[in-house]
Structure formats: C-alpha cells, structure tokens
Write a protein that binds this ligand. Sequence first.
Ligand code: PMP
Length: 383
Amino acid sequence: MLYFDYAASTPPYPDVITTVSEVMNRHYANASSIHGYGENAEKLLNKSREVCAKTLGVKASEVIFTSGATESNNMAIKGVALRYHSRGKHMITTKTEHASVYESFRFLERMGYDITYLPVDSKGRVRVEDVLHAVRKDTILVSLMHVNNETGAIHPVIEIGRELKKQHPKVIFHVDGVQAFGKIKVELAHSGIDLYSISAHKIRGPKGAGLLYVRSGLELAPLLTGGSQEGGVRAGTENIPLIAGMTKAVRLAEENRSELYARLIPLRDRLMEEILRYPEWELNSSPEGAPHIVHFSYPGMKAEVILHTLEQLGVVVSTQSACSSKYTEPSRVLLAMGKSEEAARSGIRISLGDVHTEEHIDQLIHALREMKKRLVNFEGWNR
Ligand code: PMP
C-alpha cells in the first residue's frame, strides 16, 4: 500500500518516537514542581522552546506550545477577539480557510463580531488589494492560511503582511502555517506576521502537539485559564514528551526544507501532467501552489468511490481535507474557487511527503489509469 495523504498526517520520524518515549520515561515530573525532577523537566521544556524559536528565527518568549494547530488557530483568533474588542469587532478572513479558523470566526459571529469572508480567485488565492480594501477603522485582525490544505494554493501572505504593517499597523495579522511550514520559506521576524500556527503531525512529529508564534508585545486573552504555564496564555501541565518530539520534527523540517521542495516539485509536476491528460478531470491545483499537494475533480463521480477504487489498487489518497472528509457537503474551498457543485463533490487530494520517489509516482500514475478504466463502466455515478 502506498500512502499519499501527507497533508492529513505523516508517520513520525523514528527519532521522534524514540524521543517521546525516552522523555515519557525519564521526565515524568511536572515542570512547575520545584524539586530537582521538576527542574529537569523544566530545563527540557525551556531547551525545546529555545530550539523551536531559533529554528523559526524568533525569540523563545514568542513561542507558545499548544495541543495542535486547531488550538493554535482558536487561541490566535478568539484570543485577539477577546483581548482587543474595545478597539473594534471587525475581522477579516477568506472563504477557503481550514475548519479550525472558519468555525472560530463563525463562533465569533454568533457572539456579535462582524466577519468579512473574502473571495479567492480561480486558483484559490486571495488578492492583496482585496485584503487591504476590506480593512476598516474597527478591524482588529486579518487571518489567512499560508498554504491551502485542500488544493495547495498559496495566499500572498508575505506581501499582505508587508502592506498591512505599512498601511494599517494596528491590525493584527495571523497566518495558519500548518501546510506551509517545512515546505515554504517564511522569515517570521521580518514578515509583518504577528501570529503563526504550526502543527507537529504534519511534519513527521507527534499528533497532539503544535505551537503558536506570538510576536512580543501582543497580548492574547487565554482560552484555557488555570495555572500560569505558557506565560499565562495557556494553562495546563505542559506535555513535555510531545513538545520534545515536536521540537525534533520542527528542526528536521526546517533543515530539510529546500532539499524537500526541490525533490517534490518534479514529482508533483508529473502528477499534474498526468491529470491534465484526461479531459473529464479538472485539475484544482496549480504549478504556483505548494510542492506537496495535487488536487483534482472527476465531476459526476463521487469522491468516495474514487478513493475506495484507488485503495483497492494499492494507493491511499484523500477526499477534501481529512477534517471535512466525513461530511457529505461539497467542498467549500472548491465552490469558492468557482468550481461546479459536481466538481466540488468529486475532489481527490493527493499529498506527497519526503519518502516519495519517482517509482512511487510511477505506481500512483498506474493506479490512476487503472481507476479511470474501472470507473468508465461504473454504475454509481453521482448524476
Ligand atoms: N490548519 C490547516 C491548514 C490544516 O491542514 C490542519 C490539519 N488538517 C489544521 C489547521 C489543524 O491542525 P491539527 O490537526 O494539528 O489540529
């Protein structure tokens, strides 16, 4: 079986598994305890924070450890909303954000906040000028994803960060960097980005661990109240084994980033070429997008039928994003890109990782061809 669902989750590096298990065995003390065991756990926590910060080019005090990017995104969006509401209650995002961002805004809308959901172009990108035009006197936050988890489309976050800071310096800028980190370069310290979310399990780290970069000077209202852990922004005993495992993955992801990018681009481009050979299929990713995601639709055919046919043929892919794949709704992302409802119900995402080679792509292409042959005569069309 070949696994092509790296955008949903990745196998942890063996070194990460060893680290998590060793730290569970050796550093079980509470990092807040003042005895020697606690101090050792705290030392490891501090060291992990320093390594993550150094890798991201930011200060250790600017790294908050979380349980994953869903929490990082909630913390950023709701934390800003609750802390800065006296400045205004308007926030800006797009129609194609991950559920953890989109649903956070929907929640705030119900609480009386005013949210602008910007459109995207046919390639899934928000326009810089649309973001700038949407800013009002009462705007407190802009939140965008760096790389879209369904299509791999890249929002111009660097340009937006620069212009926002020039034209509207008080507006806070959050970026969901989950699908970008380890693939696309970002220099946080000079980017105009105030908040950046990362998830460990997308970069071969453990599940249940993530971080949020919070630019110094910025305050967030805590969502979890209790102890004074994580600078008082996130109460709860720190999960040091997962934090140590994530730190390994963060370092490796950044060290291997440019080599991985160079290796994935030709593999991705071969896949795109193959998909373009079928006039009935629609390619929803573009060469300007991320190196690891190729998304296509087979309008009229249900995505689950395609997925299970491919699985019988030995390859594992995804419908929509993993977080939304159990819904029967058409993809919100594809609809926002102007695709038909049929196309939005038949989307397949293939996502690549560092383990993939030319031979894996040969096998995947073979499976795609075989799937097409089988489904030509299939009775279960969606029509
Ligand atoms: N944002 C994006 C773009 C994602 O792809 C994901 C994972 N599907 C998340 C946020 C949520 O991350 P986590 O699984 O760590 O909660």
